[in-house]
Write a protein that binds this ligand. Structure first.
Ligand code: ATP
Length: 235
């Protein structure tokens, strides 16, 4: 798979394990990258595809900068990792970015095992996601959690009856055979909100984002105070 490019032209067949990591990435930061790397290693994934959202259904869109900037920062941040790549599939799709559409797209594209990666903060809202009951028939899920948080079943009540716990894999297995895994990671205490606030205040974001992202934000004057924060479809 070509590094740093989108996946439009690629058709692959095989039994790889591929991670799908969606997010607003406004901007991508070291917490995202470290989380993806730990999950890649722990689950033996051959690839993690970062998928910036165009219009995330659950976020305030006025805070979100143009998608071409967010995509470019993700490309630059992931370029040096041969097992990371980037997809613009959600940016090309009109309207809101629903994960079920993205998972269906990759399900069509790859015969490989797919693992949708997300943080626990995002997973606790899963019952508000479009078609959430059908998500688990399509792929596996890996929930990244902060150390010490997992106690008992982490599944939201409405989901629980559709799953059984499997000691062997330490995962919750769906009727379809797909599994939800919980994985504690070194959840770095970094958020895109924190990065944006620091830039707006004129503070340093060194060691919170990769140097390529820091340079890109500076060069394009992103997240500056007084800057018009407006969303434009397709950047
Ligand atoms: P914001 O502060 O704007 O809400 P964010 O930092 O949470 O943004 P997102 O792009 O919304 O970043 O997150 C994409 C995915 O990465 C989500 O599944 C989220 O749970 C996860 N994530 C966010 N921050 C971290 C972190 N520090 N470590 C690991 N995963 C993270």
């Amino acid at each position: 798979m070509t590094k740093g490019s989108d996946l439009e032209e690629k058709k692959e067949v095989g039994q790889k394990k591929i991670g799908l990591f969606g997010g607003t990435f406004n901007p991508v930061h070291l917490g995202h990258l470290r989380g993806a790397e730990e999950i890649r290693e722990a689950f033996g994934l051959q690839e993690v595809i970062f998928i910036p959202a165009a219009l995330p259904p659950h976020k305030m869109t006025e805070e979100i900068i143009q998608s071409h900037h967010r995509l470019e920062m993700v490309k630059r941040a992931t370029r040096k990792n041969s097992q990371f790549s980037t997809s613009d599939v959600e940016l090309k799709r009109p309207g809101k970015s629903y994960s079920i559409d993205t998972i269906r797209y990759f399900r069509e594209k790859f015969k490989d095992s797919l693992y949708f990666i997300l943080g626990r903060d995002a997973f606790v809202e899963i019952e508000t996601w479009k078609d959430f009951q059908n998500l688990f028939s399509l792929c596996n899920f890996i929930i990244m959690a902060r150390p010490g948080l997992i106690q008992g079943s982490p599944l939201p009540g409405a989901l629980a009856p559709a799953f059984r716990y499997d000691q062997g894999s330490s995962g919750w297995v769906h009727g379809s055979g797909n599994t939800i895994f919980y994985k504690e990671i070194n959840f770095l205490d970094i958020s895109s909100t924190k990065v944006r606030e620091l830039v707006e205040k004129g503070g340093s974001i060194k060691y919170l984002v990769p140097p390529e992202v820091e340079a890109y934000i500076e060069k394009h004057g992103l997240y500056q105070r007084g800057q018009v924060k407006s969303y434009e479809l397709g950047g």
